[in-house]
Design a protein around this ligand. Sequence first.
Ligand code: NDP
Length: 331
Amino acid sequence: MRWGLIGASNIASQHMIGAMRATGGEVRSVLSSSADRARDYAAANGIATGYADLAEMLADPDLDAVYISTTNEKHFPQAMAAIAAGKHVLCEKPLAMSVDDAVTMVRAAKDAGLVFATNHHLRNAGSHLAIRDLVASGRIGTVRSVRVFHAVHLPPHLQGWRIDNPAAGGGVIPDITVHDADTVRFHLGEDPVEVVAMTAQSGMGQGVEDSVMSVWSMPSGAQVQAHESFTHRFAGTGIEIHGSEGSIFARNVMTQQPVGEITLVTAAGAEPVSYPTHDLYERAVGLFADAVAGKGYPSADGRDGVASLAVAEAVAEAARTGRRTAVNYGG
Ligand code: NDP
């Protein structure tokens, strides 16, 4: 797979370039809004060509796919351009600034016969695959509730547009609530119906929320409680899934690393759950490349990206209006 990076980002240099190379891919080019930065980023990461013009980059006939990791407001126009140029797309979350735009880009890729995937890394974690298997195999019976703990401390090098730029898609809801929505959908196999929510600015957000708590109803009747924040130094992350026959307690699993502890508690007692510790991003990139080769599906496709954004949009709307809000999954 011959990749082009749209966006000279941290996530690409920290995780994705390595994942592309580890899965046999070639990283051919990188696009930045600044020619100097494109050149410097290309040199620092061993990439042959840095572009400041998207059309020029997409004109490369040897480019198979693009990975889009610019700030959120750029995902939609860049994805549409890549699709028009016949490139497969792996796009960062949130897919777009609105569900309507996300639906449009996913549909455009489908109509063009291209693979489109969303980089929801958590469902690639061995921990979450093990949790999903426990739920799906009935080990905890009928799921009654889920509690998601995803209140972290945003590290200084990521405290740019995320904490002060609503036009670039800043705020904790587009940043983290989308991941939690995807993870809950992955585990329960159903889509949230209605949400209530409240946000806060608790020391980091300037003009955007840095904390949010929300409750979601699920079609099965299960309730979901989610907490996302940029300002919690010592809270740790986790997910609990409680069913009629057992509970799953997973600590430190809402993370980019293959770490964390899972305990299953049933009438028989508490037992630790083991899981594979592969790299999350390598798995996502590998499945994407396989899908492009006509073998299988990406771990999170376009519909998954639309759905996670729809839940996040509903949470933001519910917090803004103070009303119970139906999730609108778009066309
Ligand atoms: P960054 O802030 O690192 O990059 C976003 C853009 O900011 C880049 O495209 C670049 O613009 C510009 N930029 C970055 N660093 C600098 C710098 N030192 N000087 C000047 N400009 C700079 O964002 P992230 O990597 O944190 O996030 C990018 C996207 O990826 C977002 O959509 C985010 O939601 C998503 N993400 C997903 C994760 C996941 O696990 N799935 C994890 C982290 C982020 P230009 O390209 O024009 O040079």
